[in-house]
Structure formats: structure tokens, C-alpha cells
Design a protein around this ligand. Structure first.
Ligand code: ZN
Length: 229
């Protein structure tokens, strides 16, 4: 019955590629095969001392940093991220997470990672959006790599997420002490992969990292779906 309804709806509202808006073929999900092949992947996970590692160098201590693809204004990843954040599409987040997982699985980048930790949203913001997009990405990565997720220890305690008009300096000031750990020992001795949707100024990541690193002997690596750097 469900399948029948699904087929019926597809007849009148065929699923479209979120990048080029062409009709998806049987077996395609969210993004058509052609657009998928054209996504601007970074492969930074295979490259030590890559561009985003240089970007974070000296700001926080980290193991490795990578992102799945480049975020360019007007580019395909902008459509993808917009759909993920503003069009209520948690399935897309899990799908993208699986792409990320397939990309980094088996590489040195994920070797030794104990936990995936999504950058948390403030609970109020998460209620508005219906989900945390970084958590959906983590679910996809976890499904492919088998690495467990911890989304309860790191918390966003200050809602500062309407800051788009602030200058870079103000934004940096704004993210100090907006995260806290529900359990100071949960990350002790662990190598955490902190997961975000898009890295822009890096200030949110920096703030999360500082909080996580308060746990004894914890280490972090960083991964995002996209990077503007
Ligand atoms: Zn397409």
C-alpha cells in the first residue's frame, strides 16, 4: 500500500535532483548521477597539511581536518546545503553523511576515531528546524563506518545563531563559552571527530573544540560536509 502510494505520488510529483532539478532516475536519491560526479570533492582526508588544516593551525590543537566538498557561492554545494538547512530534509542529511562515510572509510583519517560528535544546535533552533543537520550527517557516517555517535555530551547553552550580519570579530566574540559539556569525563582519553555542515570562519568549530579539549587526554579531528575555505 505504501509502495503504491509512493508510486502514485511519484507520477504527479516526480522527485527532482536538488542541484539541477532534472527528474531523478530509478535508484537515484536526492542528487542525479551527473551532478553527483560533478560535486567539487576536496579529498583533503588523503592530504596532510591541507588548506583547512593550515586554516586551523595555531588556533586549536587538532589531529586532522577535512571536508567532503568545496562550498562556492552559486555552486552545487550551496544548493545542497540550502536544501539541508532550510527545506526540512533530514533524509538528505543522512544520505550526504553516507557519501561522506564512503569517501573517508578505511582511510588514515578515520583510523583511531572513537566518537562522532555533531556541532550542536541550541534546543530552540533545533525545534524550529526539526532536526540538527550535523547530527543527520553523523548518522550517515556512522552507518557506513560503524563509529558511534555522542550527541548528548556537548551542548549549546547560548542561542547566538542569528549573527549573520556581524563582522568576523564580533562573531568570534559571540561564540566564546556558548558550548558546555554535560559530563566532563565522557570524552576523557577519546579521539573525537567533530562534525559540522559548513566551515566558514571556523569560529564555531574552534569554540566546540576548546570545550571538548577540557576533558582529560581528549583529542579532536574535524570534518565538515563542505568548506568555504
Ligand atoms: Zn542533477
Amino acid at each position: 500500500m505504501r509502495k503504491l502510494l509512493h508510486n502514485f505520488l511519484n507520477l504527479f510529483f516526480p522527485p527532482l535532483c536538488i542541484v539541477c532539478h532534472s527528474r531523478l532516475a530509478e535508484g537515484e536519491e536526492h542528487i542525479c548521477t551527473e551532478c553527483l560526479l560533478l560535486l567539487p570533492k576536496t579529498n583533503f582526508h588523503l592530504q596532510e597539511d591541507n588548506r583547512i588544516e593550515q586554516f586551523f593551525a595555531g588556533r586549536i590543537p587538532f589531529g586532522r581536518v577535512s571536508a567532503y566538498a568545496y562550498f562556492v557561492k552559486g555552486g552545487s554545494m550551496q544548493s545542497v546545503v540550502h536544501e539541508l538547512k532550510y527545506r526540512y530534509n533530514p533524509q538528505l542529511g543522512r544520505y550526504l553523511g553516507r557519501l561522506c562515510g564512503e569517501n573517508i572509510k578505511g582511510s588514515d583519517f578515520v583510523r583511531g576515531i572513537d566518537l562522532l560528535v555533531p556541532v550542536p544546535l541550541h534546543p530552540k533552533r533545533e525545534r524550529q528546524r526539526g532536526y540538527n543537520q550535523s547530527m543527520e550527517i553523523c548518522k550517515g557516517i556512522s552507518a557506513v563506518t560503524g563509529i558511534p555517535i555522542d550527541d548528548t555530551t556537548l551542548r549549546r547553552v547560548v542561542n547566538n545563531q542569528s549573527q549573520t550580519k556581524n563582522s568576523r570579530f564580533d562573531r568570534w566574540k559571540n561564540v566564546e563559552d556558548i558550548f558546555s559539556l554535560a559530563d566532563a569525563e565522557a570524552f576523557a582519553g577519546k579521539h573525537i571527530l567533530l562534525v559540522d555542515d559548513v566551515i566558514t570562519t571556523g569560529s564555531t568549530i574552534e569554540s566546540c573544540a576548546k570545550e571538548i579539549l577540557k576533558s582529560a587526554d581528549s583529542r579532536i579531528s574535524i570534518y565538515a560536509l563542505a568548506t568555504a575555505n
